[in-house]
Design a binder for this molecule. Structure first.
Ligand SMILES: Cc1cc2nc3c(=O)[nH]c(=O)nc-3n(C[C@H](O)[C@H](O)[C@H](O)COP(=O)(O)O)c2cc1C
Length: 392
């Protein structure tokens, strides 16, 4: 079993994660994690925080000479902004006398619910951990999962399907060949016309003190069939993947394959018939409406998922709130904030999906060192090829 826990406040000294259960001998370079941290920091519509932070991962344990050693892998990302918050976020000592407490809950944030739950008088204590700053360490962890998957030719892609009402015309199956263009786009959108309109929409929102959300799409190729399981609810990979996507700050919907659309179509237009390919004589399908998962198990087809992100809740024209100490009608607190973080959220979504897939991969292909994992994978894939007649 592979697992991790993370800790760290948005304006604390650092974010940390401890990963346990990686096989020994996995080749890992910090540069291969850092490149995804950089990707998370990009995107049109980001706020001032991203200009301060330059996220880089440090490894504190579990790695020697670029190879995992089987012990817990400890990752750390420093918060550069800590410099400005050392007094306000000090772990020890008394609160400064002039400390300004956050008492105006921001609608759309965890502020009020978290303040009630933990009985805080300063809502900053909620904000600090509920903030999407935490997604930096999730991207680092997901990148480790991704490095493992890449050894077995699994590739994870993402792009932005829409920002507010503006939709791209890019087809899901073209994502891999458009990957460079998507990467170069500030909106992670390979449709030039839509990209221009998205930029205008973000500028319009900025002008109005407003914010925008959108929909992202994840596309994964090279997955072996058999990850996840139908035998127990919490082993179903569809639930695990959509649960992981829904756990990203601001995400309000997730679907696989045809998703919500499948509810409106007859069965004949929703399922993917099996066929015998005449040339190769192997079992295939002409469609992938299921999006790569059936019965909670990967079926060997590309994985297609979409997720919806709501507009950023902190707005420069804040919503009505109540100061929960004085009971006064006020405006919600404002923090330095993004106008639109959908492109960055797509990178986070790649990472959480990669982590869930890597975790299911480890359950299927256990082993304490890479050679053992590879042998298990190769043995199984031989059986799969026989069953599907792809080796004849
Ligand atoms: C990459 C990313 C960046 C975000 N940036 C901001 C931001 O700058 N300001 C903000 O108010 N919310 C931001 N959010 C969203 C909030 O963190 C989120 O809406 C809030 O924590 C409440 O959680 P919920 O929307 O999941 O209920 C961001 C989310 C992501 C994934």
């Amino acid at each position: 079993m592979v697992r991790y826990l993370s800790g760290g406040e948005s304006h604390g000294p650092c974010l940390t994660a401890i990963i346990e259960g990686l096989p020994a001998g996995l080749f890992l370079r910090l540069a291969d994690i850092n490149k995804h941290l950089e990707r998370r920091q990009k995107g049109y519509g980001r706020g001032g925080r991203m200009a301060i932070e330059k996220d880089r991962v440090k490894v504190l344990s579990g790695l020697r000479f670029n190879k995992t050693i089987g012990s817990p892998l400890t990752l750390q990302i420093e918060n550069r902004d800590w410099e400005n918050w050392q007094e306000l976020m000090a772990a020890e000592g008394a609160a400064p006398e002039d400390l300004v407490r956050l008492t105006r809950p921001r609608p759309g944030h965890a502020d009020l619910a978290g303040g009630l739950k933990y009985n805080h008088d300063d809502l900053r204590l909620v904000l600090e951990r509920s903030s999407a700053r935490e997604t930096a360490i999730r991207v680092a962890v997901g990148s480790v999962g991704r490095i493992l998957l890449e050894k077995f030719k699994v590739k994870v892609y993402s792009h932005v399907l829409s920002i507010g009402p503006i939709k791209t015309g890019v087809e899901t199956y073209n994502i891999p060949e458009l990957a460079d263009k998507i990467e170069a786009s500030p909106l992670r959108c390979a449709d030039d016309d839509a990209e221009k309109k998205m930029i205008s929409a973000i500028e319009e929102a900025r002008k109005n003190g407003d914010t925008l959300g959108g929909v992202i799409e994840i596309f994964v190729t090279g997955l072996p069939p058999g990850l996840g399981s139908h035998v127990q609810w919490d082993r179903r990979l569809d639930g695990r993947l959509t649960g992981a996507l829904m756990s990203i700050q601001g995400f309000k919907g997730a679907e696989i394959g045809l998703g919500f659309q499948s509810a409106a179509e007859p069965g004949s237009k929703v399922h993917d018939p099996l066929q015998m390919e005449s040339e190769s004589g192997s079992i295939t399908r002409g469609s992938n409406r299921a999006g790569g998962l059936e019965g909670g198990i990967s079926n060997g087809q590309p994985l297609v998922m979409r997720a919806a992100m709501k507009p950023i809740p902190t707005m420069s024209q804040p919503m009505a709130s109540i100061d929960w100490v004085s009971g006064e009608e006020v405006k919600g607190a404002t923090e330095r904030s993004d106008i639109c973080a959908v492109p960055a959220a797509a990178v986070v979504a790649e990472a959480v999906a990669a982590w869930e897939l890597a975790s299911a991969f480890r359950e299927k292909f256990a082993g304490d060192y890479m050679g053992e994992v590879e042998a298990s994978y190769n043995y199984y894939m031989d059986q799969v090829r026989k069953r599907l007649h792809t080796d004849s």
